[in-house]
Ligand binder design. Structure first.
Ligand code: DX5
Ligand code: ZN
Length: 215
């Protein structure tokens, strides 16, 4: 699969309506929403009151990426957005199996996110239950950072792990995705590319969305 999930973090917060209209018109597959708490990551983005309005006008499935401690506290809020997938960080969950189970019970797809130095092997005993693994290719917290090249090795190891356990999990990569590395990431086996600044800072974001997918 060659999907793209533009990240709202790089949108124009003075006029979100215009950027979401653009997303609705575009061939983007999902809209990626980065929630930060200033504790798990050194930044704060937006919270559920803002996202409620975004969800009302966005016609694309919502891919929610929670960069917060104790993400299990917000399953209900994420569900209320009508989210397609809820991504929690491995590093933020003391009882990951319970959180994944609760996300599924709420009727959402469950994704687990790994920071750049968290090895994919930590997912050995849960990969069969996951719908998606989100590999951070930058340190989470900010848009516009350079891609960490070691991510390619993690993609290869994750593909092996998924095959070994007959998992249906998709592979998503987030951070530093550009027109220069998008094709090689898809070729390496990535199913979903998140892209913030490359899409939203472009002159013609809709064209860039198509270009990233190689259309
Ligand atoms: C970073 C976020 C990303 C961010 C990516 O912590 O998780 O989703 O928006 O931005 P770019 O594509 O600019 O690296
Ligand atoms: Zn993200």
């Amino acid at each position: 699969m060659r999907m793209i999930a533009p990240s709202l973090l790089s949108a124009n917060f003075k006029n979100l309506q215009a950027d979401i209209d653009m997303i609705n018109r575009s061939s983007a597959d999902w809209l990626h929403l980065d929630v930060m708490d200033g504790v798990f990551v050194p930044n704060i983005s937006f919270g559920f009151p803002v996202l409620q309005h975004v969800a009302e006008i966005c016609q694309k499935p919502l891919d929610v990426h929670l960069m917060i401690v104790q993400p299990e506290k917000f399953i209900k809020e994420v569900k209320a957005l009508g989210a397609h997938i809820m991504n929690v960080h491995y590093e933020a969950c003391r009882h990951l199996h319970r959180v994944v189970t609760e996300i599924h019970q709420a009727g959402m797809k469950a994704g687990v996110t790994l920071n750049p130095t968290t090895p994919v092997s930590v997912l050995e005993d849960i990969i069969a239950d996951l719908d998606l693994v989100l590999l951070m290719s930058v340190n989470p917290g900010f848009g516009g950072q350079p891609f960490i090249e070691n991510t390619y090795q993690k993609i290869a190891r994750l593909k092996e792990l998924i095959a070994k356990h007959n998992s249906h999990a998709l592979i998503e990569v987030d951070g530093g995705v550009t027109l220069h590395n998008a094709q090689s990431l898809y070729d390496a086996g990535v199913d979903v590319l998140v892209s913030g600044s490359t899409v939203f800072k472009a002159q013609d974001p809709e064209a860039v969305i198509q270009e990233i997918r190689g259309e």
